[in-house]
Design a binder for this molecule. Sequence first.
Ligand SMILES: C[S@@+](CC[C@H](N)C(=O)[O-])C[C@H]1O[C@@H](n2cnc3c(N)ncnc32)[C@H](O)[C@@H]1O
Length: 222
Amino acid sequence: MIESKIVDPYVESYIKALLPKEEGLLGTLEQYAQEHLVPIVQPEIAQYLKVFTQLVKPKSVLEIGTAIGYSGALFATVMQEGTIDTIELSEDMFAKAEETFDSLKKTVPGVAVTQHLGSAIEVIPTIEKKFDMIFIDAAKGHYKAFFDLCYPLLNEGGVIVSDNVLYKGMIATNLYLVRRKITIVKRMRKYLTFLSTHPELDTTVLPMGDGLAISIKKGGHA
Ligand SMILES: C[S@@+](CC[C@H](N)C(=O)[O-])C[C@H]1O[C@@H](n2cnc3c(N)ncnc32)[C@H](O)[C@@H]1O
């Protein structure tokens, strides 16, 4: 058992054992990610996002960090209708995700996926759309920069979900700090303080997986 620095390892493995096994496209992508060491969302985060997306019912999603299209396919499967814009820096990942979204068209024809190739820093300013949900899951040292660029694209009452915000326990305490990660850690701490004190947001940080921050833009129906 790999020791988690965020959740008690016994609790984590117990919760993992409760998770349903994914079939179909998502199951195949999980297998691919494991075999090719692609960092997709952790299983308990995937399950959380599945439930959360059913609650939020977004019609438009912006994702920063496509990888092989696993989380994008998960959102689409829950949404059934709407649009997903997803940004990926790596050409190889982009190409693999193209295959994913091609397959997805057969089972989820109602969700139109637009893939963007390039750094989110350059791509976001070219997107002229508003979104109900934004998922940030790319370079951890750039979350604040991603946020600043995509926040104007978030609808009132919309949500921003940021993954890996507790980064192996290092964000909460220096006890777990690996020196070469210090810049990322400092930036992530600042980002979480920024989210938590932002006057237009209500934010909660969940100690699951590698840490998930959920921020809702006030002014919706809440
Ligand atoms: C953790 S993976 C995304 C996993 C994906 N969301 C999932 O769960 O299926 C992070 C991805 O972000 C990409 N990435 C890193 N920096 C980026 C940037 N500046 N703009 C866009 N994508 C970036 C990486 O190439 C990598 O594929």
